[in-house]
Design a protein. Structure first.
Length: 468
């Protein structure tokens, strides 16, 4: 597969190059040149496969010819062996035709493990072939960083620098990052918001000489492979519930639009997905867009679901490009205008097309608490503050006789304060993390300024060369 940029002014790349590149040099995001499509009988042939084999079969059209099925299957098998549930992304029924798919059985208890556990060995594979190294720089509102650090801590070819907004991640999230003290891991606590962190990372990538000197790569959801590695669980859920003979809908607690974009991609590949529901917290830019064609950037307000405290959902650009029938010139114009004016203007027909497939709702923190309690009383199901938003969105937009699957993106023990306040139940950390609050932490506090971040990256790279 070859990849094109949503803004049309970057080179067309192979899978391996897209993996290492992340953001395109024209500021766009990479999309596969064509979409692989599976026929109904091809979907049926995936029924009953183990998760790693299913994942490799769904992903291989995106990785070939650079990475073949055998290699990918091996990587997936190893990657998912550290999950604590054999189904990897199990389904639980909580009401009539309403299901929860648990994506939090990986090492850091959030759905990002599913993609990152595969991404890191793919990096190692390609970098080993090229006898090269890479520096992963990423912004996190909590979960990406810990999942990236956990996935890369054993790599000999990757150095990782993660920016998190100081004081705005949960303590569990912070500790999952800062207690990893391997020499190839650097944690930066930035005095700013998640969007500041994301803008700083974008600025580093926009400095082409710096980016090349430092061998910068990204593992946040602007990296196409993240999206590709999230498609298989939608396939697994849909097949379990009767696809391709039956339609299924999904509800996804959404921040950067990466998870739900993978659902959209599964649909584009021919999976019969009827409807997609976006759940937001009070940072509701996506809900305002779907419900009123109003995508205006507002200030980020911290909420109970910090991984969704986002105003600029980077991956929306991929959907935008598709809804524009890949008119990359128009896409570049709309995105440039959006970033300068803080307001996105899209053609009315495009918005109508989006609302035919997507619904959205936003929950305030108080409602989120109430819903956690109600769900626990009604179905004895403990949902974290992110997951419950997906469940509420799924319930709201459910249609008769079409199974609705709500994606549960974090383990309740990752956000214990909210769960205790809502239900009085203290969700225990799984055994492998029980001593998290006693481990030593290491991080650097830095101002939200480009030069300080560049210095830190430079130091990390020197350090890695020294160890190599
Ligand atoms: C990252 C994350 C989200 C948001 O996912 P996007 O792909 O950014 O939309 C939701 N919930 C949790 C727990 C997360 O870690």
């Amino acid at each position: 597969m070859r990849y094109i940029s949503t803004r049309g002014k970057a080179p067309i790349l192979s899978f391996s190059d897209v993996l290492l590149t992340g953001l395109a040099v024209d500021g766009g995001l990479y999309l596969p040149e064509t979409w692989p499509e599976f026929s109904p009988s091809e979907w049926k042939s995936l029924r009953g496969l183990s998760y790693p084999e299913l994942a490799a079969r769904v992903m291989v059209p995106f990785t070939a010819p650079d990475i073949d099925f055998e290699t990918l299957h091996k990587i997936c098998t190893k990657a998912y062996s550290c999950f604590d549930h054999p189904a990897i992304a199990p389904l639980t029924q909580i009401d009539t035709d309403l299901f929860v798919q648990e994506l939090f059985h990986g090492p850091t208890l959030a759905f990002k493990d599913i993609a990152l556990q595969v991404l890191a060995p793919l990096f190692d594979y390609v970098l080993t072939q090229r006898n090269d190294y890479a520096t992963i720089v990423g912004a996190t509102s909590g979960d990406t960083g810990s999942a990236a650090i956990e996935a890369c801590r054993k790599s000999k070819r990757l150095s990782v620098v993660i920016l998190h907004p100081k004081g705005r991640t949960s303590e569990v999230q912070r500790r999952q990052m800062t207690t990893v003290i391997e020499p190839n891991i650097t944690n930066l606590a930035v005095e700013g918001t998640f969007d500041d962190c994301q803008d700083l990372v974008k600025a580093l990538f926009a400095d082409i000489p710096f980016r090349q000197d430092m061998h910068l790569s990204a593992v946040n959801s602007i990296n196409w492979t993240r999206i590709a590695a999230q498609i298989p669980y939608y396939v697994q859920a849909a097949l379990t519930l009767g696809a391709p003979d039956r339609e299924v809908s999904f509800a996804v607690p959404t921040g950067n639009f990466g998870n739900i974009l993978a659902a959209w991609a599964a649909r584009r590949m021919g999976l019969p997905i009827q409807h997609l529901c976006i759940g937001s917290n009070r940072n509701d830019i996506l809900s305002r867009f779907i419900n009123a064609n109003d995508m205006t950037i507002q200030n980020v307000i911290p909420s109970l679901s910090p991984s969704m405290d986002i105003q600029v959902s980077s991956n929306f650009e991929r959907l935008l490009c598709e809804l524009l029938d890949r008119d990359v010139v128009a896409c570049a114009d709309i995105m440039t205008h959006f970033r300068t004016s803080g307001h996105m203007k899209v053609p009315h027909t495009l918005w109508e097309n989006a609302t035919a497939l997507f619904s959205a709702l936003a929950l305030e923190d108080e409602q989120t608490q109430t819903e956690i309690r109600d769900l626990y009383q009604r179905s004895s199901y403990l949902a974290d503050p992110h997951s419950v938003i997906g469940i509420v969105a799924g319930r709201r937009f459910q249609q008769k006789a079409i199974p609705m699957v709500a994606e549960a993106t974090a383990h309740p023990a990752k956000f214990p304060e909210a769960i205790i306040a809502a239900t009085g139940v203290h969700p225990p950390l799984p055994p492998h993390m029980a001593d998290l609050f006693h481990r030593q932490e290491r991080y650097h506090v830095v101002p939200a300024c480009e030069d300080s971040i560049k210095d830190a990256v430079h130091t990390a790279v020197q350090h890695q060369k020294h160890h190599h």
